[in-house]
Design a protein around this ligand. Structure first.
Ligand code: ATP
Ligand code: TZE
Ligand code: MG
Length: 288
């Protein structure tokens, strides 16, 4: 049974030794998503809706892009996880986002925040910080986004949704943010870092071309929600598994791709077709 492979013991140091535990765990999480097909509510930006829904479907989850404040009290309790993404934020979307976070918390369902371009404008920063007050189970952003949330200030060098920092530049900020907020914090980039403020887990999978496809970050945040939905009490482990499996799918997809457009397609195919031997051979997770 896939649940049996999900361990709670302390991780070991180094990629080689800790992979013995983390790679089977990542596969077990994917198997659980495939078998349980969790319903994931996504309140997300207009750019990401299609790719995010297809990412969730190819992993075996069941996405629903439902964001109306009028539907949330009835719909959110039916879900197993919620993804809230600030990408194309306007003031009229915020009450629904806050209500969905509140209902998810009341129903003890995990929810994940994607603070897109948090440091881009003061309106966006304030909204992201307000969402942090609802204590997401996990917040996943790129280096710039996590640094902006930690500092609580707009970044004059912001390039909007793209990061101007590497993920490694935001590790200490991520740890502090996790300690202050009580949320697990994930910083994505060449290496993804996941922290609860104490442990730091590193995911080494992925390909640089992911940066040239819009909404790959948004979609992996939704995948985190699906992995959390099937293992809500192990947020660090589920988040690392989701990032690793998405990264592995991109690596296999890269072998078939001719550029960003075909990688977008082959990544979805690879995630759908991923088998145990390939996952165990490719997942690379270590601990700092
Ligand atoms: N240089 C890289 N090498 C390998 N994988 C990468 C690299 N940069 C990003 N990734 C992977 O790409 C995915 C998206 O991460 P990224 O940090 O680009 O998100 P983002 O900036 O929020 O993206 P978006 O806003 O377009 O959705 C993650 O799975 C991450 O691991
Ligand atoms: C390009 C873009 N603009 C707002 S959201 C989004 C998708 C990537 O975050
Ligand atoms: Mg993003």
């Amino acid at each position: 049974m896939a649940e049996d492979k999900i361990k709670t013991s302390e991780p070991q140091k180094g990629v080689e030794s800790s992979n013995l535990q983390w790679a089977p765990q990542a596969w077990a999480h994917l198997e659980l998503v495939r078998s349980k097909s969790p319903l994931i509510q996504c309140i997300t930006n207009f750019v990401s809706m299609d790719f995010m829904a297809n990412t969730l479907l190819s992993a075996g989850a069941s996405p629903a892009m439902i964001h109306s404040v009028d539907e949330i009290p009835e719909f959110t309790p039916k879900t197993l996880g919620v993804c809230i993404n600030m990408g194309t934020l306007t003031p009229d979307w915020l009450p629904g986002m806050k209500l969905a976070a509140e209902v998810a918390n009341q129903c003890k369902k995990p929810w994940v925040l994607d603070p897109v371009a948090a440091g881009g404008t003061s309106f966006r920063l304030k909204a992201c910080l307000e969402m942090m007050n609802f204590r997401p189970s996990v917040v996943r952003g790129n280096g710039s986004e996590i640094l902006a949330l930690f500092k609580g200030s707009v970044d004059s060098n912001s390039k909007g949704v793209d990061s101007v920092y590497g993920s490694g530049d935001a590790v200490e900020a991520a740890k502090s943010l996790a300690q202050q907020s009580g949320s697990v914090v994930a910083v994505s980039g060449a290496v993804d870092y996941i922290t609860d403020g104490d442990r730091v887990v590193c995911v080494h999978n992925g390909v640089p071309m992911l940066q040239t496809i819009t909404a790959t970050g948004c979609s992996v945040t939704a995948l985190i929600a699906a992995f959390l939905a099937v293992d809500p009490s192990h947020a660090v482990e589920a988040t690392a598994s989701a990032l690793a499996i998405f990264g592995v799918a991109s690596e296999i997809g890269m072998d078939m791709a001719r550029g960003p457009a075909s990688l977008r397609t082959s990544l979805i195919d690879s995630l759908y077709g991923l088998d145990e031997a390939t996952a165990l051979g490719r997942v690379r997770i270590s601990c700092l």
